[in-house]
Design a protein around this ligand. Structure first.
Ligand code: HEC
Ligand code: HEC
Length: 266
């Protein structure tokens, strides 16, 4: 039976994704140096201090600004201006505080209409916030238009369990060959035409990928290469510029090697 090329290509892309996702899921977790953690569980803290700590987390460790802006539309994720009030009206029966906490811990269950389901659970790697940090972050989000009344006890004790110390992060065994992937990045993939990645390349057309493994999950990076438009557009960059044809142009090995290279960038 002869299949149209489009179907073959689609099946191929899905197969590659499936294999790679299997690998990605069978490895314990991406190696990363645990960033500094905030602990507020012992001391007393005022709502104002909490909001300030939360704002820091929003801008730095939380890497929320990769996708969100406050007071600016048209990025790949909802504008968070006014979320402190809006959150109370989004889901019947769910208060603002609960809605905010749920959107941070289980983004996949609360996908805002019109946006791709790309938000990572923020208490899991790569972001990996602990309970104190989630508490402060929730206070900051509440402060965007609403009143701050979140208590540490509102954050489930199971949240951020992996980030709050415990076992040291395991080292990853990547299925691809990062060296070969670097060659694809600079050569056949021509990513270098638009992206910088560490010492490779200098083009400012697309985002600098030098820290991409620190700020994005392997699943997102894999999907972005195959379907750039489907994964939303990085804030501040033009839509539709990243070619949607890499799934067809690269062999499975080249793709896996390329992803392995990108996962070394942190
Ligand atoms: C990779 C991109 C990405 C990152 C990083 C990210 N988000 Fe999101 N976020 C989204 C997208 C897309 C949505 C809308 C779809 C959904 O609800 O899952 C969303 C939804 C939300 C919502 C619900 C908004 C609403 O209008 O109901 C909140 C709150 C939120 N994010 C907060 C955060 C915070 C805080 C951080 C940082 C700790 C963060 N997000 C990191 C992409 C991201
Ligand atoms: C013609 C220019 C162009 C080429 C070639 C290109 N990209 Fe992109 N890329 C972009 C632009 C522009 C964006 C930001 C807009 C968007 O999100 O689509 C982007 C976004 C990305 C992102 C998301 C970054 C983030 O912060 O979330 C990744 C990952 C990426 N590109 C990887 C690649 C890889 C790997 C290749 C080579 C196989 C490649 N790109 C080739 C232009 C390009």
């Amino acid at each position: 039976m002869r299949l149209p090329v489009g179907v073959k290509v689609g099946v191929f892309a899905i197969l590659v994704m499936a294999i790679y996702t299997y690998y990605a899921n069978s490895i314990p977790q991406i190696e990363s140096k645990p960033p500094e953690e905030l602990s507020l569980e012992s001391g007393k803290v005022t709502p104002a201090q909490l909001v300030k700590a939360g704002e820091e987390i929003y801008r730095a460790k939380g890497t929320c600004e990769i996708c969100h802006r406050i007071g600016q539309k048209g990025t790949r994720a909802p504008d968070l201006a006014g979320i402190g009030v809006r959150a109370g009206k989004t889901r019947p029966g769910l208060g603002a505080k609960q809605y905010i906490i749920e959107s941070l811990l289980k983004p996949a269950e609360f996908v805002v209409e019109g946006y791709p389901p790309i938000m990572p659970a923020v208490d899991k790697p790569p972001i990996g916030l602990n309970r104190s940090e989630l508490w402060a972050l929730t206070a900051f989000l509440q402060s965007l238009g609403g009143g701050v009344d979140v208590a540490l006890d509102d954050i489930p004790t199971t949240a951020g369990a992996s980030a709050a110390g415990g076992a040291a992060p395991a080292t990853v065994k990547l299925p691809g060959d990062p060296k070969a992937g670097e060659a694809i990045f600079a050569g056949k993939g021509a990513c270098i035409a638009c992206h910088k990645a560490g010492k490779v390349g200098a083009s400012p057309v697309g985002p600098d990928l030098s820290q991409i493994a620190k700020i994005q999950t392997p699943d997102y990076i894999m999907a972005k290469i195959l379907d750039p438009a489907g994964m939303g557009t990085v804030a501040g960059f033009p839509k539709g510029v990243m070619p949607p044809t890499f799934g067809q142009g690269l062999t499975a090995k080249e793709y896996v090697d390329l992803v392995a290279f990108l996962l070394t960038l942190k």
